[in-house]
Design a protein. Structure first.
Lengths: 59, 142
């Protein structure tokens, strides 16, 4: 049994999902890597932005 | 978009495409569904297959380790969608169910994350299996 924090869970989710997206959505290794990095940054970035939005709404 | 999407492979242009319709074209799809990455291994895409194998299995196991729930019955529409997502895991799902894993009801927030990890691992496995099928048929260039 593991108890990751919400952010750790997001990091793990983003890492695995981005890797699969990169491999399946692009056709050369360089473009796969770039697309995976792009997806990873979007996952993490949107999480941070939405977290701040919810924090400000809750105040 | 960071990069442009894939261009479809020109049919019959290369020698790979000439041979791509020989044999059972659905084998990579079925193998990839049963075992994550197996479809790519059949096509000799060793690195891609290994990465898919590691990512999907790690996500599924992490989901179970977080005490995520495996959907077993389809009482309502949301549970039906959950079963469909879990079934995407292929043998991982059937083995886990046989071993009695993921049977506990969700009581904590972390367990809810785990349930989502399991469902998404199944959905990612379906994407990977379809990718292997597209490589096999020549719809995806390489």
């Amino acid at each position: 049994m593991i108890h990751p924090s919400h952010f750790t869970a997001v990091l793990l989710f983003a890492l695995f999902a981005s890797t699969v997206f990169g491999i399946t959505m692009r056709d050369t290794p360089r473009r796969m890597f770039r697309y995976a990095a792009y997806c990873f940054i979007l996952f993490i970035g949107s999480t941070i932005v939405l977290s701040w939005v919810m924090f400000l709404i809750a105040r | 978009m960071a990069t442009t999407p894939n261009k479809p492979a020109a049919a019959g242009k290369t020698s790979t495409n000439k041979t791509s319709n020989q044999g059972f074209v659905y084998l990579p799809l079925i193998a990839g569904w049963l075992i994550p990455g197996a479809g790519h291994f059949l096509l000799r895409k060793w690195i891609r297959g290994s990465l898919l194998f590691v990512c999907i299995i790690a996500m599924f196991i992490l989901g179970l380790a977080m005490q995520g729930k495996l959907y077993t019955s389809a009482q309502d529409i949301l549970e039906m969608l959950g079963v469909a997502g879990d079934l995407g895991g292929g043998l991982l799902y059937f083995i886990s169910r046989t071993m009695g894993m993921g049977a506990e009801p969700v009581r904590t927030t972390v367990a809810d994350y785990g349930t989502k990890f399991i469902v998404v691992a199944g959905l990612l496995n379906i994407i990977a299996a379809v990718d292997a099928h597209n490589l096999r048929t020549g719809r995806k260039a390489s």
